[in-house]
Design a protein around this ligand. Sequence first.
Ligand SMILES: Cc1cc2nc3c(=O)[nH]c(=O)nc-3n(C[C@H](O)[C@H](O)[C@H](O)COP(=O)(O)O)c2cc1C
Length: 198
Amino acid sequence: MIEFNNLNPEIPYQILKEKYDEALNAGQRGIEAISISSYNKDISEVDSRYVNLKFISNDEFIFFSNYDSPKASAFNSHDQIAALVYWSSINVQIRMKAKIKRKTNEYSQNYFFNRSEEKNALAISSNQSKPIDSYSQVKENYNRSLESDDLKKCPEYWGGYSFVPYYFEFWEGHESRINKREVFDMIDDVWKQSFLQP
Ligand SMILES: Cc1cc2nc3c(=O)[nH]c(=O)nc-3n(C[C@H](O)[C@H](O)[C@H](O)COP(=O)(O)O)c2cc1C
């Protein structure tokens, strides 16, 4: 589930919420999963991964991750990303483009403090995406963290990311194949609405 707080009244946000409610009512599983594509300028490589979108607060999309991970390196080298969801229960794809930045330490600490200790132990004990000898070593590191770390204190290598889309495309599949593609592009601080051919 995504938590919506004080949602931005502009049209693309309202369409997003409408589609979210429809997908949820249609039984969409994993509705908070969102693919984030990044470009790491230093190694000239594009990559994608899913994250769990936790909040949409006004116009900000917020998720949490490791600040030493490959995605963090990519965001540091190039702050523009593409985000993507597909809600199969209603056959809707939403494409977004945005600039990404970190949330403040205070924000991340507050979120971390209120999370389950089990989740926090994993965030603390995992050098995300670094190789390790075995899966049992991962479990050992996790159990050690559960027993001995301060599970309320957010480590400096973990926290929130937020992005505010400047581009939305809502793709709606129709049985007729005459699929609908509606775009909202932020140009000079105004949403420019248009349609694309399927
Ligand atoms: C549905 C789903 C949700 C995920 N949510 C998160 C998340 O919220 N934060 C995160 O760091 N990784 C999450 N992951 C794991 C990432 O996809 C990825 O494996 C990890 O962040 C390492 O990515 P990187 O090597 O590109 O930095 C999720 C994976 C899936 C399949």
